[in-house]
Design a protein around this ligand. Structure first.
Ligand SMILES: [Zn+2]
Length: 192
């Protein structure tokens, strides 16, 4: 995969050609994947106020530019949500991650339309509204059960949606991270 394709991972491209998460969970998946730790840090799509404003604006999450402090807050939230996805590999989430989400959470309210259908809507606008929307999606996905299939890759912590029947997928793409892990294990065996 060349750099041009790598830069598109998380938005236009999914590792291994996996389909993205269903429904609104796709937006939360894209948020987690605004950065991949295996890629250069200046590729982070919310790495600065300017980049975060553009990314959140494109997704309809904010209508006004965000500050550097807000971008920092969003990156911290992203890593905490990523930790929950990594924990979906069968362990307890890091308490620091759940604490951070608890401290960052912004209020939601129950909205109802003319047909009687309810939905969770952010109370405030701006970055608080964006945070509330993202955490509302997390909550909905936990109720539907979809969240348990959203996993952080064991190798690179990329968030992928595990559609396998027995929910056994561990890597974002076997051809990339799975093989790397295996090669390393093979190398360790050979050298020990
Ligand atoms: Zn991976």
């Amino acid at each position: 995969m060349d750099d041009r394709d790598k830069r598109r991972i998380g938005e236009q491209i999914e590792p291994g050609g996996r389909p993205k998460a269903p429904g609104r969970l796709e937006l939360l998946q894209r948020f987690i994947n605004t950065h991949n730790h295996d890629l250069p840090s200046d590729w982070d799509r919310i790495g600065s106020a300017e980049k975060a404003s553009r990314w959140l604006g494109e997704k309809g999450l904010v209508t006004e530019p965000v500050t550097e402090a807000d971008a920092t807050r969003l990156r911290a939230l992203r890593e905490a949500i990523r930790a929950l996805a990594v924990a979906n590999q069968g362990r307890e989430p890091d308490p620091a991650a759940t604490d951070l989400i608890r401290r960052t959470a912004a209020p939601l309210t129950v909205a109802i339309d003319a047909t009687g259908r309810t939905s969770l809507e952010p109370v405030r606008g701006g970055v608080d509204g964006a945070i509330a929307t993202l955490l509302g999606i997390l909550h909905e996905a936990q109720l539907s059960g979809d969240w348990s299939r959203m996993k952080g890759c064991r190798q690179c912590e990329y968030a992928f949606f595990d559609r396998s029947k027995n929910r056994s997928a561990a890597w974002c793409a076997m051809s990339i991270c799975g093989n790397r892990t295996k090669n390393r294990a093979y190398y360790r065996r050979r050298t020990s």
